[in-house]
Design a protein around this ligand. Structure first.
Ligand SMILES: [Zn+2]
Length: 466
């Protein structure tokens, strides 16, 4: 089993999903859509909360105000891209933008439900009694939306796990409200409601992933077993599973990495890989060779272990985020390796370039994996041969585009997208290498890499644990 066929499109095992946050940000988020041609058929995760203008939010796009005339999410993005390029002129003038059809991509819809919970809580004035009824209505609207716009995959609706609270009275109320919810019970009730909904829709278009939760490895196991029992008792089979709440090692319960010995590996990068890999291994051991998507678990250091622990796909926003680290001030200093860190009290912060990984021809690169400030890289730095690097040809070109901000904003945006797309291809190249070689072959070819060799020490421990 090397790939899944989804609605006639091929999803290789493993697969990296890039994250589209269009509607959840300006600037780079628009150019991400414009230059999508350079990502080719890379699958994408889309956030329902951001693209559904029924929820008022900052950065919502007026191009999404009336999408009822479209038949697929691919058609929606085709329209948005055309409008961004032609009406808003969000293209670098010296790049001739080729045609592109988003319908070749596999789209995964995630709910962004923590934002939806916040929205509902305010709407019902923090009255717990009426929460579930309203939450259920939003669930139905979400699944209807996924079907209406022909998403290939949809993540099961749930309470979500990513709650960022700012200080303040309004948020205090929200924290109290959220903490008072019986989250396990609500998630399970919604999972059941999902099955009831799907049983009334025999022609439902998207493949559905049941979302797995659990604070600790043991709870994770229990929830997976409960989900399988539910499938049996209701006579319904989900297409696969989505692993929730495992994306950040900072918010994960410490029991996930308690028993891991980091003395030989250092913690950098490696500790982030533990939680998603363990979750993948736990679920894989119970559900067997069914699709498993690790939500937010596709950062570069996670990919190898996730895949070898049974995850078949994952997503991460890190390529775009590391580009987002760059600010306007830094564009004046990109040719200076010793650029000032601060200037008159303002930070000089550079976009970061993905270094290390595997070249387009499959050979291992000399550097070890890291995102490095663009100004720190040598002008003669050799590029990887991915579609973005092919456009660039040299590191100097990239820096020149980046430095053009004050005279040509679009040149700078273009440089940022090329960095983003290069990092995305690096995630893909690693997935391709994992798919191509057995574990033994992979270790023989790539095992001398600093990151991979440390990850292998962790893998042995995880596999010894469950
Ligand atoms: Zn590249």
């Amino acid at each position: 089993m090397k790939s899944f066929n989804i609605n006639g499109k091929e999803l290789p095992i493993p697969s990296f999903f890039q994250v589209y946050n269009y509607g959840g940000g300006a600037g780079d988020k628009c150019r991400e859509i414009v230059y999508a041609n350079l990502t080719k058929d890379t699958p994408a995760l889309v956030n329902y909360y951001y693209i559904n203008n029924k929820y008022p939010h900052t950065f919502q796009s007026n191009k999404l105000n009336d999408i009822s005339k479209f038949n697929s999410i691919g058609d929606i993005f085709n329209y948005v891209r055309k409008s961004l390029a032609e009406d808003d002129k969000n293209v670098y003038s010296k790049y001739s933008l080729p045609d592109y059809d988003f319908n070749q991509k596999i789209f995964l819809l995630d709910s962004g439900s923590s934002q939806i919970v916040k929205y509902i809580a305010k709407k019902i004035n923090y009255n717990k009694e009426s929460f579930l009824t309203m939450f259920y209505q939003h669930m139905v609207a979400y699944y209807d939306f996924a079907d209406r716009y022909k998403f290939d995959l949809v993540v099961g609706f749930d309470l979500g796990g990513k709650y960022t609270f700012k200080d303040g009275e309004a948020d205090k109320k929200l924290i109290q409200f959220y903490n008072s919810l019986d989250k396990d019970k609500i998630n399970y009730t919604i999972l059941k409601a999902t099955v009831d909904y799907l049983k009334t829709k025999p022609n439902y278009y998207p493949k559905v992933l049941a979302t797995i939760h659990g604070k600790t490895p043991n709870y994770y196991k229990q929830y997976t077993l409960k989900t399988l029992e539910l499938e049996k008792s209701l006579g319904y089979t989900f297409w696969g599973f989505a692993l929730g709440g495992i994306a950040s090692s900072k918010t994960a319960d410490e029991s996930w990495s308690n028993d891991i010995d980091f003395s030989k590996t250092k913690k950098k990068f490696v500790s982030d890989a533990v939680t998603p890999a363990r979750a993948s291994y736990i679920v894989h051991n119970i559900v067997g060779n069914r699709p498993i998507h690790a939500l937010g678990g596709g950062g570069y250091p996670n990919i190898l272990l996730n895949s070898w622990c049974g995850a078949t796909s994952f997503d991460a926003a890190s390529p775009a985020r590391r580009v987002g680290d760059g600010n306007a001030l830094s564009t004046n200093y990109v040719f200076e390796k010793d650029a000032p860190k601060k200037l008159n009290g303002s930070e000089v912060s550079f976009s970061k370039f993905f270094v290390g990984g595997i070249n387009a021809d499959g050979t291992l690169r000399d550097e070890s994996f890291e995102y490095i400030d663009l100004n720190k890289l040598d002008n003669k730095f050799s590029l990887c041969g991915c579609p973005a690097c092919k456009v660039l040809k040299t590191m100097t070109t990239l820096k020149e585009l980046y430095a053009s901000k004050s005279s040509d904003d679009e040149a700078n945006y273009f440089s940022r997208q090329l960095m983003n797309i290069h990092a995305i291809w690096q995630h893909r190249f690693l997935c391709q290498a994992i798919a191509k070689y057995s574990q033994t072959e992979f270790i023989k070819i790539y095992g001398k890499d600093n990151l991979f060799s440390r990850l292998l020490l962790i893998l042995k421990q995880i596999k010894g644990m469950v």
